[in-house]
Design a protein around this ligand. Structure first.
Ligand SMILES: [Zn+2]
Length: 341
């Protein structure tokens, strides 16, 4: 248990955070839920992990807002993943009328994919999708089965925000900034007056890893390039402090953005090295990349490691095409192959 696990902490004036531990994970990770206090109402930003976690974390935030006569007036989710949207329905239904749950509009496919097979209507369609990249059928089935349909995100009032939509919380104004890549509609929330950015999983502090950017049946074609462009847009803003979806706040925001951009470049290196004159499938390219920090080969991966590694490889390969390093051409059976440009 971390020191203040479950206890609200005022991390910045009028901004409170609780950390919820994701107890069902084999490794220790916490998710942050935030409360932004306005004059007579408050906004919840991300609602933490729900599985095996009592509601007291987020209830404590809601109680804090009520005690300050600024009860919760809405919920904003940086993205739909369950470790961030866990208690959205609970908070939305806690009082009288349901509170609106806001997400970027491009997050609709992620929400839809929570209740089916990665955006596809049935298991076999998802297996076929992976086989279409050269995966053996049994591996494709294993990948699909590690991502069974999840508990869907169904709030009674969903608000789908456009780019640059402004959420008002009393006198505070927060802008919805698209930061796609981790999910198609991932968005950060930025308060220009204070320079505070709620970054969700678009930026994570050191020690909390780098955001997963993967291609799935429901994602954009080249999410890694989308991710890089989103980070570059953030670089142009005067962000003074970043409140991430996991881990502590970060003040060296420029350094954080740079480290994430550098990480993308580092990830591209083995893909570039794998590309040659001989056309390779995504499955074959994934086989040449070192995984788990060089501790595992692709063949040694288990369960959802395969799922991440495949989507990650395809994301890198598509970025290689966008950068003009690789050429895509279909093999005789239609499976796409890639060679050096
Ligand atoms: Zn997360």
């Amino acid at each position: 248990m971390c020191e203040n696990e479950g206890e609200p902490v005022e991390v910045l004036p009028g901004i409170w955070r609780v950390e919820a531990e994701m107890v069902s994970r084999p490794y220790r990770i916490t998710t942050n839920a935030y409360l932004l206090m306005g004059d007579d109402d408050a906004l919840a930003v991300d609602t933490a992990w729900w599985n095996d976690v009592p509601t007291r974390h987020v209830d404590a935030l809601a109680a804090l807002a009520e005690a300050a006569s600024a009860p919760l007036g809405g919920i904003f989710l940086t993205h739909a993943h369950r470790d961030h949207s866990g208690f959205a329905e609970h908070l939305s239904e806690r009082g009288g009328d349901p509170l609106p749950v806001s997400l970027h509009r491009d997050e609709q496919p992620t929400v839809a994919a929570m209740s089916n097979y990665q955006g596809l209507p049935h298991r076999q369609a998802a297996i076929d999708w992976y086989c279409g990249f050269g995966f053996p059928a049994h591996t494709a089935a294993m990948i699909v089965d590690t991502k069974q349909p999840d508990h869907p995100l169904v709030a009674r009032v969903m608000r789908w925000c456009e780019d640059d939509a402004v959420l008002e919380v009393g006198r505070r104004r927060l802008r919805v900034l698209p930061t796609p890549g981790h999910t198609p509609g991932h968005a950060a929330l930025f308060e220009e007056a204070t320079g505070v950015l709620f970054s969700g999983d678009a930026m994570l502090p050191r020690g909390n890893g780098n955001p997963h950017v993967t291609v799935r049946p429901f994602t954009a074609h080249d999410p890694l390039t989308d991710y890089v462009e989103g980070l570059r847009r953030l670089r142009d803003l005067d962000i003074r402090v970043c409140l991430p979806g996991h881990g502590p706040l970060v003040e060296d925001v420029d350094g954080l953005i740079r480290s994430h951009l550098d990480y993308v470049d580092t990830k591209m290196t083995p893909v570039r090295a794998a590309l040659g004159d001989r056309p390779l499938t995504v499955y074959e390219i994934a086989g040449t990349i070192p995984w788990r920090g060089g501790r595992k080969s692709f063949a040694d991966l288990v369960n959802d490691e395969w799922f991440l590694a495949f989507g990650d490889t395809l994301a890198r390969v598509r970025r290689a095409v966008s950068l003009g390093w690789a050429v895509e051409e279909p093999r005789g059976d239609g499976v796409p192959t890639f060679r050096a440009a």
